[in-house]
Design a protein around this ligand. Structure first.
Ligand code: CU
Length: 319
């Protein structure tokens, strides 16, 4: 009797621990979908709200139009302008924001096909309306990201689709590359993102074959890197290592970022840097978690499928 009681107590203890671990798996998200489907209603009474909140907190930014009570609402605007409000938990437009990276609001837009990236800074009116010359350059379905920190709240990136009518010529995603040119600058990328872990990405800027060593600070850094995931445009704003004037961060040619991408897949990287009193944006396609195996030392064998030339899917030749 005594022993039996102890045993069932022990068994109950195991169930409780298992249940708790299950709860953790439930919020751990994308890599544990099986746990989700088998998860029954045994803990429905304690904290589903909390689970939902934590799950949202673990999502990459920009996938939700409304999060933690804040909602991204585009509003009517005159031709050539883009206007929006952020409404807060009380339903009213938010009028107080903290400055982050020199600005209270960062508006980033890209077409759903990952072309047309722009990063602009709207002006706030007293009634909580943000306005800016429209960065939506041409027809298509655009994703707009509002990256901001409401005063008294946590940083947040909300996303919304905006359609610009007209005839859309879909652009295939450019293949992965480690070098690109923009405005006469050559930017090279070293390092490769790995899903679920922090990777160092270094972008080096040169012009006419010479390293650029006098980059100008832009929004408090020598470079800003945004990554958008192909397929859902999950948004990652990656911060560089070091800040201008800290005595150890050179003004180029290299800008180093610590990036963590949330999953395998193709990403488009957009590097904003400032030189010659102008901001330039260098773009790269990278593929995370799709590394070709090291080249064999013997006769070469081809294991990667041939990229479908007409489809725009990134191939496997990423080095
Ligand atoms: Cu910005």
């Amino acid at each position: 009797m005594n022993t039996a009681t102890k045993l069932s107590g022990f068994a109950l203890g195991l169930v409780a621990v298992f249940g708790a671990a299950y709860g953790i798996g439930h919020v751990a998200g994308p890599d544990a979908p099986a746990a989700d489907t088998r998860h029954d209603d045994t803990d429905a009474g304690h904290g589903d709200q909390g689970h939902a909140g934590e799950a949202a907190a673990r999502l990459p930014g920009g996938l939700l139009v409304s999060e933690r009570g804040y909602t991204f609402q585009p509003t009517a605007a005159p031709e050539g302008q883009f206007a929006f409000r952020i409404t807060g938990p009380d339903g009213r437009p938010v009028t107080r924001y903290d400055v982050a990276h020199d600005k209270r609001m960062h508006l980033i837009v890209a077409r759903r096909d990952l072309s047309g990236f722009r990063h602009v800074h709207p002006e706030l009116a007293d009634d909580g309306t943000w306005r800016v010359a429209s960065p939506l350059a041409g027809p298509g379905v655009w994703r707009a990201f509002a990256d901001f920190t409401p005063t008294g709240g946590e940083p947040l990136t909300l996303g919304v689709d905006v359609t610009v009518p007209g005839t859309l010529a879909a652009r295939p995603l450019p293949p992965p590359a480690t070098s690109t040119t923009v405005d006469g600058y050559t930017v090279t990328l070293t390092g490769a993102p790995e899903p679920g872990r922090t990777s160092r990405l270094t972008l080096s800027v040169s012009r006419d074959g010479r390293p650029v060593t006098d980059l100008q600070p832009y929004l408090g850094a020598y470079g800003h890197l945004v990554a958008l995931r192909q397929g859902d445009l999950a948004y990652l704003h990656v911060h560089p290592e070091g800040t201008p004037g800290d005595g150890r961060t050179p003004a180029g040619p290299a800008i180093t970022f610590a990036a963590e991408v949330p999953s395998v897949g193709a990403y488009r990287l957009y590097l904003d840097f400032r030189h010659g009193d102008a901001v330039h944006t260098a773009e790269f396609t990278v593929v995370a978690g799709d590394q070709a195996p090291p080249a064999p030392t013997g006769p070469a064998t081809t294991t990667a499928p041939t990229p479908d030339a007409g489809h725009g899917t990134p191939g496997h030749g990423h080095s």
